[in-house]
Design a protein around this ligand. Structure first.
Ligand code: ATP
Length: 369
């Protein structure tokens, strides 16, 4: 079943969906997915990622834009003519058919002969390690096994594109991790091209070759996991990929000063951008009890939680800002301690671009890889 991607690129041009009530769920999505690439659409509930996937699948009609596979326009084709495989959050299996019959369904629709059908179903079920369960109804399988059946059903037709909408959401934490690895392995081994929707940043960062971060129907950033993680395009993206701390700051003359600390450090982002700012820091970059790497940030501990190698601490700065940090040792509530951060780990954004809790200003529209 292993093969190379069957096309050069999937191109999405200005794709939009406005619902009859006037609500725009997706606003001018521009995206190019290379054949063989694993692309994740990431964003909070309601940001339009399922709408984008449903438009790709042909389950919803766009109100603007177009979708192309190489030189072929596909948004004008009915869903069944696109040759895409779909995996949904709720598995969507037929309860009255056996596992094998569920997997065979798409092959029957395509009028594939019985001998070939049987062989391909067996191969697909072996790939997802369900060969033994072929004759059972899906209701007798666990959630993880049912999702594997759904994946086998999607890949057995050798689709040119696999679309997955939150396929792991209904599984428990351990199974989610195992299935995540399996999905990535199948993608690699079968040379699939995958578009994967999730609200889970860890899932998107670990699975995808590139990701699209969305908010309110608008693309905020497109990049590799490392680009999005290390250099978020704006405060919304930073907050979404784990920069939990947002400290009030000021940019002036190419430096950033964190309010109340009297500590200024140079920053590329502060060049020519004087004004109020927000300094965003990941909790694991704000260390209590580690080496002194900056002007110490004094915190009063409110909560200290055991997390294995480190302790997660919630504290307050002198001006009352809530801060999340990591400590190398347990700390009792009420204690005042110093936290340190390497200045290059701090992301700084003008504060009128949003702090992650309000609508962000658009920093990156369209392609930005
Ligand atoms: P979730 O993870 O919760 O599914 P999502 O990012 O996938 O979120 P979408 O399902 O794409 O979001 O929905 C985007 C927005 O479009 C939401 O605010 C939703 O309420 C709205 N929406 C979806 N379907 C319709 C509809 N038929 N009419 C009007 N608005 C709709």
């Amino acid at each position: 079943m292993s093969r190379a991607a069957t096309f050069g690129e999937l191109r999405i041009d200005g794709l939009g969906r406005r619902f009859p009530n006037g609500f725009t769920a997706l606003d001018g999505l521009d995206l190019t997915v290379q054949g063989g690439e694993f692309m994740a659409l990431l964003g909070p509930s309601g940001c339009g990622k399922s709408t984008a996937l449903n438009l790709l699948a042909g389950l919803l009609e766009p109100t603007s834009g177009s979708i192309w596979i190489d030189e072929q326009r596909v948004d004008t084709l009915p869903s069944e003519k696109r040759n895409f495989g779909m995996v949904f959050q709720n598995y969507a299996l037929f309860p009255h058919l056996t596992v094998a019959e569920n997997v065979a369904f798409g092959l029957r629709m395509r009028k594939v002969g019985k001998a070939e059908r049987t062989a391909r179903v067996r191969r697909a079920l072996d790939l997802v390690q369900l060969g033994e369960q072929a004759d059972k109804p899906p209701g007798q399988l666990s959630g993880g096994q049912q999702q594997r059946v759904a994946i086998a059903r999607a890949i057995v037709v050798e689709p040119r594109l696999v679309l997955m909408d939150e396929p792991l959401s209904n599984l428990d934490a351990k199974l989610r991790l195992d299935m995540r690895t399996e999905i990535r392995l199948l993608h690699q081994e079968l040379g699939l091209t995958t578009v994967y929707v999730t609200h889970d940043q860890a899932e998107a960062l670990s699975l995808a070759d590139r990701l699209v971060v969305m908010c309110s129907g608008v693309v905020q950033q497109i990049g590799t996991p490392a680009e999005v993680y290390d250099r978020p395009a704006n405060a919304f993206v930073a907050a979404f990929v784990g920069y939990r701390n947002a400290l009030p700051a000021r940019m002036a003359g190419g430096t950033v000063e964190i309010a109340g600390l009297g500590w200024a450090f140079p920053s590329e982002r502060a060049q020519g951008a004087d004004g109020d700012a927000v300094a965003m820091i990941r909790p694991d970059d704000l260390l209590i009890g580690g080496p002194e790497t900056s002007r110490p940030i004094p915190l009063t501990v409110r909560v200290c939680e055991y997390q294995g190698r480190t302790f997660a601490v919630e504290g307050r700065t002198a001006d009352g800002t809530v801060v999340h940090a990591h400590s190398l040792e347990p700390l009792s509530p009420g204690r005042t301690v110093d936290a340190n951060v390497q200045p290059e780990r701090i992301q700084v954004f003008p504060s009128d671009a949003g702090s992650g809790t309000q609508e962000p200003a658009l920093v990156a529209s369209g392609e930005q890889s």
